[in-house]
Design a protein. Structure first.
Length: 187
């Protein structure tokens, strides 16, 4: 009988051990499942944070892009104002003609300097109103000294140049410099 009781107790212990083992296995699976969920949550939070940062950067770049056109226009307006007075350069067979609009400028306020391959025009534009007397809503016309340097497409005879100032248009006529021609003997 003692043997039978020992056998029954061993069986009960084995059964209890199996139950404990099964419970431990279930608990292990539950812990792994919770860990996997926490890992997924952490990845979602990281992705969410990254997408928020990306969204902020996208907004910043979109703001820059939307103002880029305004900045480009402002730069263009600024650089174009540096190219005033406006000029046309005309080339004919034997001369170069430079025409420049100088509205409101007197003949004595214009200075023209020439080299064989360039023209430099300086004009003094007078201010019509004293700054204290008026409130400008928009001010686009040139005041003060304006200078324009023009590179010519070919060399010219500087000493034969003629400048004329009529109706606020300066016209400079520059005869082209003819290159020397040499006769080559053919053997």
């Amino acid at each position: 009988m003692v043997e039978k009781e020992i056998k029954e107790k061993n069986e009960a212990v084995k059964e209890k051990a199996g139950e404990v083992k099964e419970t431990a296995f279930e608990q292990k699976e539950a812990v792994e499942e919770i860990a996997a969920e926490k890992k997924e949550d952490a990845q979602e939070i990281a992705a969410s944070g990254r997408s928020q940062a990306e969204s902020i950067l996208d907004n910043i770049f979109n703001s820059f892009r939307s103002t880029q056109e305004d900045v480009s226009k402002a730069i263009s307006d600024y650089t174009m104002s540096m190219e005033k007075p406006l000029a046309d350069v005309i080339e004919t067979e034997d001369k170069i003609i430079v025409k420049t609009d100088l509205p409101g400028v007197k003949k004595e306020d214009v200075d023209v300097r020439l080299t064989e391959d360039s023209v430099e025009i300086t004009a003094a534009f007078e201010e019509e109103y004293d700054e204290e007397d008026v409130n400008y809503i928009r001010k686009e016309r040139n005041y003060g000294e304006s200078q324009r340097f023009i590179q010519l497409p070919t060399k010219v005879k500087v000493k034969d140049a003629v400048a004329k100032f009529e109706n606020s248009v300066l016209t400079i006529t520059l005869p082209k410099l003819e290159g020397e021609k040499f006769k080559v003997s053919i053997s």
